[in-house]
Design a protein around this ligand. Structure first.
Ligand code: GDP
Ligand code: ZN
Length: 306
Protein backbone atom coordinates (compact mmCIF):
# COMPACT_ATOMS: atom_id res chain seq x y z
CA UNK A 1 0.00 0.00 0.00
CA UNK A 2 1.26 3.50 -0.77
CA UNK A 3 0.58 6.66 1.20
CA UNK A 4 1.71 10.22 0.84
CA UNK A 5 2.89 12.41 3.71
CA UNK A 6 5.01 15.38 4.76
CA UNK A 7 8.46 14.99 6.38
CA UNK A 8 8.50 16.70 9.79
CA UNK A 9 11.98 15.83 10.99
CA UNK A 10 15.00 13.76 10.22
CA UNK A 11 17.08 12.25 13.00
CA UNK A 12 19.69 9.71 12.04
CA UNK A 13 18.08 7.53 9.43
CA UNK A 14 14.58 7.97 10.83
CA UNK A 15 12.12 10.36 9.26
CA UNK A 16 9.02 11.45 11.13
CA UNK A 17 6.27 11.86 8.56
CA UNK A 18 2.79 13.33 8.98
CA UNK A 19 -0.02 11.46 7.24
CA UNK A 20 -3.52 12.88 7.71
CA UNK A 21 -2.97 14.09 11.25
CA UNK A 22 -1.04 10.98 12.29
CA UNK A 23 2.71 10.67 12.56
CA UNK A 24 4.73 7.67 11.48
CA UNK A 25 8.41 6.81 11.31
CA UNK A 26 9.85 5.90 7.95
CA UNK A 27 13.21 4.89 6.56
CA UNK A 28 14.60 5.69 3.18
CA UNK A 29 14.55 3.10 0.52
CA UNK A 30 18.19 2.34 -0.35
CA UNK A 31 18.25 3.80 -3.79
CA UNK A 32 17.16 7.21 -2.51
CA UNK A 33 19.88 7.42 0.12
CA UNK A 34 22.46 9.03 -2.12
CA UNK A 35 22.39 11.49 -4.94
CA UNK A 36 20.72 14.84 -5.36
CA UNK A 37 17.34 13.78 -4.08
CA UNK A 38 18.32 14.03 -0.41
CA UNK A 39 15.19 14.36 1.70
CA UNK A 40 14.47 17.70 3.33
CA UNK A 41 12.11 18.63 6.11
CA UNK A 42 8.96 19.78 4.34
CA UNK A 43 9.26 17.29 1.51
CA UNK A 44 6.13 15.55 0.36
CA UNK A 45 7.00 11.88 0.05
CA UNK A 46 5.29 8.73 -1.16
CA UNK A 47 5.77 5.80 1.20
CA UNK A 48 5.26 2.08 0.94
CA UNK A 49 3.66 0.42 3.95
CA UNK A 50 4.93 -3.14 4.19
CA UNK A 51 3.26 -6.27 5.56
CA UNK A 52 5.49 -6.26 8.64
CA UNK A 53 4.33 -2.71 9.43
CA UNK A 54 7.59 -1.04 8.40
CA UNK A 55 7.40 2.03 6.22
CA UNK A 56 9.84 3.08 3.53
CA UNK A 57 10.04 6.32 1.62
CA UNK A 58 9.90 5.51 -2.07
CA UNK A 59 9.73 8.85 -3.77
CA UNK A 60 10.17 12.59 -3.18
CA UNK A 61 7.54 14.69 -4.91
CA UNK A 62 8.63 17.81 -6.81
CA UNK A 63 9.33 20.80 -4.57
CA UNK A 64 7.71 24.20 -4.86
CA UNK A 65 10.58 25.90 -3.01
CA UNK A 66 13.86 25.15 -1.25
CA UNK A 67 15.22 27.39 1.47
CA UNK A 68 19.03 27.42 1.56
CA UNK A 69 21.58 28.64 4.01
CA UNK A 70 25.22 29.52 3.70
CA UNK A 71 27.50 26.65 4.64
CA UNK A 72 31.15 27.68 4.29
CA UNK A 73 32.43 24.18 5.08
CA UNK A 74 30.74 22.66 2.06
CA UNK A 75 32.10 22.58 -1.44
CA UNK A 76 28.95 24.14 -2.89
CA UNK A 77 28.90 26.69 -0.06
CA UNK A 78 25.22 26.13 0.65
CA UNK A 79 23.00 23.70 2.51
CA UNK A 80 19.32 23.17 1.83
CA UNK A 81 17.27 23.75 4.96
CA UNK A 82 13.66 23.01 4.16
CA UNK A 83 11.41 22.32 1.19
CA UNK A 84 8.01 23.59 0.17
CA UNK A 85 7.75 26.63 2.42
CA UNK A 86 4.74 28.71 1.47
CA UNK A 87 5.58 31.87 3.37
CA UNK A 88 7.85 33.61 5.81
CA UNK A 89 6.45 35.46 8.81
CA UNK A 90 8.88 38.21 9.80
CA UNK A 91 8.13 39.27 13.36
CA UNK A 92 9.35 42.47 14.98
CA UNK A 93 8.48 44.09 18.30
CA UNK A 94 7.03 47.59 18.47
CA UNK A 95 9.17 48.04 21.58
CA UNK A 96 11.47 45.97 23.86
CA UNK A 97 13.54 45.35 21.83
CA UNK A 98 13.38 48.61 19.90
CA UNK A 99 11.94 48.34 16.36
CA UNK A 100 14.98 48.00 14.08
CA UNK A 101 13.90 48.89 10.54
CA UNK A 102 17.29 47.94 9.00
CA UNK A 103 17.15 44.49 10.57
CA UNK A 104 13.47 43.98 9.67
CA UNK A 105 14.18 44.89 6.06
CA UNK A 106 17.06 42.44 6.01
CA UNK A 107 14.76 39.56 7.02
CA UNK A 108 12.14 40.66 4.51
CA UNK A 109 14.71 40.92 1.70
CA UNK A 110 16.12 37.46 2.39
CA UNK A 111 12.61 36.00 2.19
CA UNK A 112 11.93 37.97 -0.98
CA UNK A 113 15.22 36.83 -2.54
CA UNK A 114 14.15 33.26 -1.81
CA UNK A 115 10.91 33.99 -3.71
CA UNK A 116 8.82 33.41 -0.62
CA UNK A 117 5.74 35.49 0.15
CA UNK A 118 6.28 37.48 3.32
CA UNK A 119 3.99 38.69 6.08
CA UNK A 120 5.26 41.37 8.45
CA UNK A 121 4.06 41.11 12.05
CA UNK A 122 4.38 43.97 14.51
CA UNK A 123 4.12 42.32 17.92
CA UNK A 124 3.99 43.86 21.42
CA UNK A 125 1.48 46.39 20.15
CA UNK A 126 0.36 46.79 23.75
CA UNK A 127 3.60 48.63 24.54
CA UNK A 128 3.10 51.56 22.13
CA UNK A 129 0.34 53.95 21.10
CA UNK A 130 0.41 53.30 17.38
CA UNK A 131 1.98 50.05 16.19
CA UNK A 132 0.34 50.42 12.79
CA UNK A 133 2.73 53.28 11.94
CA UNK A 134 5.55 50.71 12.00
CA UNK A 135 3.64 48.43 9.62
CA UNK A 136 2.72 51.24 7.22
CA UNK A 137 5.89 51.17 5.04
CA UNK A 138 5.36 47.44 4.45
CA UNK A 139 1.66 47.92 3.69
CA UNK A 140 2.66 50.59 1.19
CA UNK A 141 5.18 48.20 -0.40
CA UNK A 142 2.40 45.63 -0.85
CA UNK A 143 3.09 43.28 2.05
CA UNK A 144 0.46 41.73 4.27
CA UNK A 145 0.95 43.01 7.78
CA UNK A 146 -0.57 41.97 11.10
CA UNK A 147 -0.47 43.94 14.36
CA UNK A 148 -0.35 41.60 17.33
CA UNK A 149 -0.04 41.52 21.07
CA UNK A 150 0.43 38.34 23.04
CA UNK A 151 -0.54 40.21 26.20
CA UNK A 152 -4.06 41.13 25.09
CA UNK A 153 -4.44 38.60 22.22
CA UNK A 154 -4.75 41.36 19.62
CA UNK A 155 -4.41 40.14 16.03
CA UNK A 156 -4.01 36.50 17.00
CA UNK A 157 -7.08 35.30 15.07
CA UNK A 158 -5.92 37.24 12.04
CA UNK A 159 -2.46 35.68 12.23
CA UNK A 160 -4.00 32.22 12.69
CA UNK A 161 -6.00 32.78 9.53
CA UNK A 162 -2.81 33.48 7.56
CA UNK A 163 -1.22 30.27 8.87
CA UNK A 164 -4.11 27.98 7.98
CA UNK A 165 -3.16 25.31 5.42
CA UNK A 166 0.22 26.99 4.82
CA UNK A 167 3.79 25.98 5.62
CA UNK A 168 5.21 29.01 7.44
CA UNK A 169 8.63 29.93 8.74
CA UNK A 170 8.71 32.38 11.65
CA UNK A 171 11.75 34.58 11.79
CA UNK A 172 12.89 37.94 13.13
CA UNK A 173 15.12 39.35 15.84
CA UNK A 174 15.50 37.63 19.22
CA UNK A 175 13.08 38.60 21.97
CA UNK A 176 10.32 39.99 19.77
CA UNK A 177 7.86 37.29 20.82
CA UNK A 178 8.01 34.61 18.12
CA UNK A 179 7.82 31.71 20.55
CA UNK A 180 5.15 33.49 22.60
CA UNK A 181 3.02 34.00 19.48
CA UNK A 182 3.42 30.38 18.40
CA UNK A 183 2.62 29.06 21.85
CA UNK A 184 -0.52 31.19 21.92
CA UNK A 185 -1.53 30.02 18.44
CA UNK A 186 -0.85 26.39 19.20
CA UNK A 187 -0.71 25.60 22.91
CA UNK A 188 1.61 22.71 23.61
CA UNK A 189 3.87 23.36 20.66
CA UNK A 190 7.32 22.25 21.71
CA UNK A 191 9.67 24.71 20.10
CA UNK A 192 13.35 24.46 20.78
CA UNK A 193 14.24 27.71 22.44
CA UNK A 194 18.02 27.40 22.63
CA UNK A 195 18.76 25.37 19.56
CA UNK A 196 22.51 25.34 19.25
CA UNK A 197 24.00 25.34 22.74
CA UNK A 198 22.42 22.13 24.08
CA UNK A 199 23.60 19.91 21.31
CA UNK A 200 27.01 21.41 20.70
CA UNK A 201 27.79 20.99 24.36
CA UNK A 202 27.22 17.30 23.87
CA UNK A 203 29.70 17.52 21.01
CA UNK A 204 27.35 16.14 18.40
CA UNK A 205 26.14 18.89 16.12
CA UNK A 206 27.05 22.48 15.62
CA UNK A 207 24.07 23.25 13.45
CA UNK A 208 20.48 22.28 14.00
CA UNK A 209 18.30 20.80 11.34
CA UNK A 210 14.92 22.28 10.62
CA UNK A 211 11.86 20.70 12.18
CA UNK A 212 8.20 21.15 11.28
CA UNK A 213 5.25 21.23 13.64
CA UNK A 214 1.74 20.51 12.44
CA UNK A 215 -0.93 23.03 13.47
CA UNK A 216 -4.27 21.71 14.60
CA UNK A 217 -6.31 23.56 12.01
CA UNK A 218 -4.03 22.58 9.14
CA UNK A 219 -0.70 23.99 8.11
CA UNK A 220 2.75 23.70 9.61
CA UNK A 221 5.30 25.96 11.21
CA UNK A 222 8.98 25.40 10.55
CA UNK A 223 11.34 25.67 13.48
CA UNK A 224 14.88 26.57 12.46
CA UNK A 225 17.49 28.89 13.89
CA UNK A 226 15.85 31.32 11.48
CA UNK A 227 16.83 33.29 8.45
CA UNK A 228 19.51 35.08 10.41
CA UNK A 229 22.17 32.56 9.35
CA UNK A 230 20.80 32.43 5.88
CA UNK A 231 21.96 35.96 5.24
CA UNK A 232 22.30 37.82 2.01
CA UNK A 233 24.70 35.43 0.37
CA UNK A 234 24.36 35.01 -3.32
CA UNK A 235 22.27 38.11 -3.92
CA UNK A 236 23.90 39.93 -6.81
CA UNK A 237 24.02 43.71 -6.40
CA UNK A 238 21.77 44.03 -9.45
CA UNK A 239 19.14 41.87 -7.72
CA UNK A 240 18.84 43.82 -4.49
CA UNK A 241 16.36 46.32 -5.94
CA UNK A 242 14.22 43.43 -7.14
CA UNK A 243 13.85 42.32 -3.54
CA UNK A 244 12.04 45.61 -2.74
CA UNK A 245 8.61 45.41 -4.39
CA UNK A 246 8.08 49.17 -4.29
CA UNK A 247 11.38 49.67 -6.16
CA UNK A 248 10.88 46.72 -8.51
CA UNK A 249 7.82 48.32 -10.08
CA UNK A 250 9.80 51.46 -10.95
CA UNK A 251 12.98 49.94 -12.32
CA UNK A 252 12.05 50.24 -15.98
CA UNK A 253 11.70 54.01 -15.65
CA UNK A 254 15.30 54.90 -14.80
CA UNK A 255 17.37 56.54 -17.54
CA UNK A 256 20.14 53.94 -17.30
CA UNK A 257 19.41 50.26 -17.59
CA UNK A 258 22.03 49.47 -14.95
CA UNK A 259 20.95 52.26 -12.59
CA UNK A 260 21.78 51.48 -8.95
CA UNK A 261 19.41 54.15 -7.65
CA UNK A 262 22.13 55.85 -5.66
CA UNK A 263 23.10 59.14 -7.30
CA UNK A 264 22.49 58.48 -10.99
CA UNK A 265 20.74 61.18 -13.03
CA UNK A 266 17.28 60.34 -14.31
CA UNK A 267 16.69 57.80 -11.54
CA UNK A 268 12.99 56.97 -11.18
CA UNK A 269 13.51 55.64 -7.67
CA UNK A 270 15.12 58.88 -6.49
CA UNK A 271 12.36 60.83 -8.23
CA UNK A 272 9.70 58.81 -6.42
CA UNK A 273 11.53 59.34 -3.13
CA UNK A 274 11.68 63.10 -3.78
CA UNK A 275 7.96 63.10 -4.51
CA UNK A 276 7.31 61.41 -1.16
CA UNK A 277 6.07 58.22 -2.81
CA UNK A 278 8.70 56.01 -1.22
CA UNK A 279 9.36 55.37 2.42
CA UNK A 280 12.71 56.92 3.38
CA UNK A 281 13.62 54.14 5.77
CA UNK A 282 13.01 51.42 3.18
CA UNK A 283 15.14 53.33 0.68
CA UNK A 284 17.89 53.62 3.26
CA UNK A 285 17.71 49.86 3.83
CA UNK A 286 17.95 49.29 0.10
CA UNK A 287 21.09 51.37 -0.11
CA UNK A 288 22.67 49.68 2.93
CA UNK A 289 21.94 46.20 1.57
CA UNK A 290 23.17 47.18 -1.89
CA UNK A 291 26.47 48.36 -0.43
CA UNK A 292 26.75 45.08 1.42
CA UNK A 293 26.04 43.05 -1.72
CA UNK A 294 28.64 45.05 -3.67
CA UNK A 295 31.24 44.36 -0.99
CA UNK A 296 30.42 40.66 -1.02
CA UNK A 297 30.60 40.44 -4.80
CA UNK A 298 32.72 43.21 -6.33
CA UNK A 299 31.75 43.58 -9.98
CA UNK A 300 35.44 43.54 -11.01
CA UNK A 301 35.93 40.13 -9.37
CA UNK A 302 33.64 38.32 -11.76
CA UNK A 303 31.59 35.80 -9.82
CA UNK A 304 32.46 37.08 -6.36
CA UNK A 305 34.74 35.85 -3.59
CA UNK A 306 35.97 32.28 -3.71
P1 GDP B 1 11.41 35.24 20.73
O1 GDP B 1 12.88 35.31 21.07
O2 GDP B 1 11.12 36.04 19.52
O3 GDP B 1 10.90 33.85 20.62
O4 GDP B 1 10.64 35.97 21.93
P2 GDP B 1 9.84 35.36 23.16
O5 GDP B 1 8.58 34.73 22.72
O6 GDP B 1 10.77 34.52 23.96
O7 GDP B 1 9.45 36.68 23.98
C1 GDP B 1 10.40 37.53 24.58
C2 GDP B 1 9.77 38.27 25.73
O8 GDP B 1 8.76 39.17 25.27
C3 GDP B 1 9.07 37.36 26.75
O9 GDP B 1 9.37 37.84 28.04
C4 GDP B 1 7.59 37.52 26.43
O10 GDP B 1 6.78 37.32 27.55
C5 GDP B 1 7.53 38.94 25.96
N1 GDP B 1 6.42 39.18 25.00
C6 GDP B 1 6.12 38.42 23.92
N2 GDP B 1 5.08 38.94 23.26
C7 GDP B 1 4.70 40.05 23.91
C8 GDP B 1 3.67 41.03 23.70
O11 GDP B 1 2.87 40.97 22.75
N3 GDP B 1 3.61 42.07 24.58
C9 GDP B 1 4.47 42.17 25.63
N4 GDP B 1 4.32 43.23 26.45
N5 GDP B 1 5.45 41.26 25.87
C10 GDP B 1 5.57 40.21 25.03
ZN1 ZN C 1 17.41 54.38 -10.65
Amino acid sequence: MHRSGVVLSKIGGIHRVAIDGEQVEARLRGKLKHGPSRILVGDTVTMAIHDDGSITIERIEPRSSVLKRRSPGKKSGVTSVAANLDQVIVVGAAKDPRWDARLMDRFVVVAEANDLPTIVVVNKADLVDDASALAAPYEAAGYETVITSVTDAQGIDELAMHLRAQVSLFTGPTGVGKSSLLNLLQPGLRLRTAPVSEKSRAGRHTTVAAEMHPLSDGGFVVDTPGLRDIGLWGIEPSEVANAFPELRQRLGDCRFGDCRHLTEPGCAVQAAANAGELNASRLESYRALLREAIEAAPPWAGKGPE
